[in-house]
Design a protein around this ligand. Structure first.
Ligand SMILES: Cc1ncc(COP(=O)(O)O)c(C=O)c1O
Length: 394
């Protein structure tokens, strides 16, 4: 039988209405949806009628995931993007215009710093980097053109904690918006909108999905921030894929369990590292000597995150020995996976900085960042202890 092009329409394939509903949202791979009339198409595209026309403008899997994340963050609006960086681009492109100015923490993910300082500058948007823990310095960096303050809840890699309520209060006084990258904290530890932030971003690729098989981002905000968001998301091509949204909705279902377990493991790891002779220093907000321990205790309700950073005695040679000896802990420059992974900031996330800039942030060649997973604590402590003992004996 020959199939003519006019036989291949959507109608013969459309499922008949069923008396029961699937428990999980099916994956809607359709890139385009059939409209009934020009009037309906116009209403759908203008957003006056709920529904779908073109996947880049919106699709059910993104909406289902966005709605769950919106609820978790207590936000009025939420959007899913193709990556965490796409969510950061969405925030900047929807809130800022040429001539505007941003104040940002100097301790952030390397690509975020690049986006804010190099790429934004090409669009005529200025950026001043500050120590976000120094509120006076932050306040003094605002200009009459400052529209946005950007910080991470727990900052990479020394795990400094931002005082979100205080920064939100400052932004309110200065007439600027506060954008918080909450990727290291997740909504399990912190819900920045409840503390006064205007916009919250997550790299879903990390803890929310949690299984190392997705790239997605989330932006949440209030109605007052949302006017340009749908158009910017579609016009700049920042939209997500249905399959990734499906996987992330599945990951999200266990996020609380995973993050809880990983934080408990991380706390034990931090204590073990602090007592080991191969280790010079440990950065973990759950340790009493961390500069933000009190703030983290107040802001995070008893959990301190799954990332632990430590400095080995012996610089690069010690780091190389440790990475080689840590056979059960993969060297993966990411975080938030179910398994424990390690990263070496000097050669990965912070390689773009000068040695002087790295030193100012407290990163040297012996610095290792661990993303602690959900394995049994015995496994994690044993795998790390073995590698540390080997490093010490070299
Ligand atoms: C804190 C933080 N924010 C944002 C991103 C970017 O997210 P993605 O890799 O999903 O684009 C990362 C990636 O490592 C990150 O660590």
């Amino acid at each position: 039988m020959t199939i003519r092009p006019d036989d291949i329409g959507p109608r013969p394939d459309a499922p008949r209405p069923q008396p029961t509903q699937p428990l999980v949202t099916p994956i809607y791979t359709a890139s385009v949806w059939a409209c009934e009339s020009p009037d309906q198409a116009r209403q759908l595209l203008e957003g006056t009628l709920d529904g779908y026309v073109y996947q880049r403008d919106g699709h059910p899997n993104a909406d289902v995931l966005a709605e769950k994340c919106r609820e978790l963050h207590g936000a009025e609006r939420a959007a899913i993007t193709s990556s965490g960086m796409a969510a950061m681009s969405l925030a900047l492109l929807s809130q800022l215009a040429q001539g505007d100015h941003v104040v940002a923490s100097n301790q952030m993910y390397g690509r975020t710093l690049q986006l804010l300082t190099v790429e934004a500058a090409r669009l005529g948007i200025g950026c001043t980097l500050v120590d976000a823990a120094n509120l006076d310095q932050v306040a003094k960096s605002f200009t009459t053109r400052t529209r946005l303050l950007v910080v991470e809840t727990i900052a990479n890699p020394l795990l400094r904690v931002a005082d979100i309520a205080a920064l939100a209060e400052l932004c309110g006084r200065k007439g600027a918006l506060l954008l918080v990258d909450n990727t290291f904290a997740t909504p399990v530890l912190c819900r920045p909108i409840e503390l006064g932030a205007d916009l919250v971003l997550e790299s879903i690729s990390k803890f929310i999905n949690g299984h190392s098989d997705v790239m997605l981002g989330l932006l949440c905000g209030g109605e007052n921030t949302w006017e340009r968001v749908p158009q910017v998301l579609s016009a700049w091509g920042l939209a997500s894929s249905p399959f990734d949204c499906y996987l992330s909705a599945r990951g999200l279902a266990t996020m609380h369990l995973r993050v809880d377990r990983a934080c408990s493991n991380a706390r034990q790891v931090a204590e073990m590292l602090a007592a080991h002779a191969a280790v010079e220093h440990v950065d973990y907000p759950g340790l009493p000597d961390h500069p933000d321990h009190k703030l983290a205790t107040r802001q995070f309700d008893g959990r301190f995150g799954a990332v632990v950073t430590f400095r080995l005695l012996g610089g690069l040679a010690a780091a190389e020995s440790f990475i080689k000896a840590a056979r059960r802990i993969p060297f993966c420059p990411s975080l938030g996976e179910v398994s424990t992974t390690l990263s070496h900031p000097e050669s990965t996330s912070h390689r773009g900085l000068t040695p002087h800039e790295r030193k100012a942030l407290g990163i040297d060649a012996g610095t290792i960042r661990l993303s602690v997973g959900v394995e049994s604590s015995d496994f994690v402590l044993d795998a790390l202890g073995e590698a540390l003992d080997w490093t010490k004996s070299r």
